[in-house]
Design a protein around this ligand. Structure first.
Ligand SMILES: Nc1ncnc2c1ncn2[C@@H]1O[C@H](COP(=O)(O)OP(=O)(O)O)[C@@H](O)[C@H]1O
Ligand SMILES: [Mg+2]
Length: 164
């Protein structure tokens, strides 16, 4: 990911960017966990970006803001053909964990959800909205994305891959 800033002009474009980001991460090392931190104000596009990730992971459930839940876990839709080649099926092996820490006041709340196990498990994509609320427990290896509202349909997204 050479460029570290992009401007999107629609929510569709933000979702397309999310898909591209995920494909780039998989190129780095396919079989690991990924921590993706989404910074930015309400309405800046964090959940929209997460919806793009879910589409790429072939998750059929609707992903929305889990504000009242703190965390929601999504599994990919079940394979229709059990003999699907590993390359075709590769995006389906991931579980998406979507955290929204907006209402979190103590990172212990996140630890209590099995955080250590989730971040050290296999094939997990861990997306965190409002990661600044839990900065004490964020792994050093992660992707940070900062979302800025420019106008109704335009968002600026800055990104930085840390220690990967
Ligand atoms: N370029 C864009 N990127 C992302 N969302 C956009 C864009 N343009 C308009 N939107 C709209 O802005 C809103 C973003 O909301 P959401 O993704 O829930 O933000 P957040 O999770 O950061 O609070 C959605 O209604 C989305 O359709
Ligand atoms: Mg949100």
């Amino acid at each position: 990911m050479p460029k570290n800033q992009i401007t999107t002009k629609s929510s569709q474009k933000t979702k397309a960017f999310a898909k591209k980001v995920l494909r780039e991460l998989f190129k780095l090392n396919e079989n690991k966990n990924y921590i993706i931190c989404l910074y930015g104000n309400l309405g800046s596009g964090k959940t929209t970006f997460t919806q793009g990730l879910a589409e790429e992971l072939e998750i059929k459930e609707i992903v929305n803001s889990p504000t009242f839940l703190i965390m929601k876990k999504y599994k990919p839709a079940r394979r229709r053909h059990s003999r699907m080649s590993p390359s075709l099926a590769s995006n389906k092996k991931y579980t998406l964990y979507h955290f929204d820490c907006y209402r979190v006041s103590d990172h212990q709340e996140i630890l209590d959800l099995g955080w250590e196990e989730i971040i050290s498990g296999e094939n997990n994509i861990i997306v965190i909205e409002w990661p600044e609320k839990i900065k004490e427990i964020l792994p050093k290896e992660r992707l940070d994305l900062k979302f800025e509202f420019v106008d109704e349909n335009i968002r600026k997204i800055k990104f930085e891959l840390l220690n990967c």
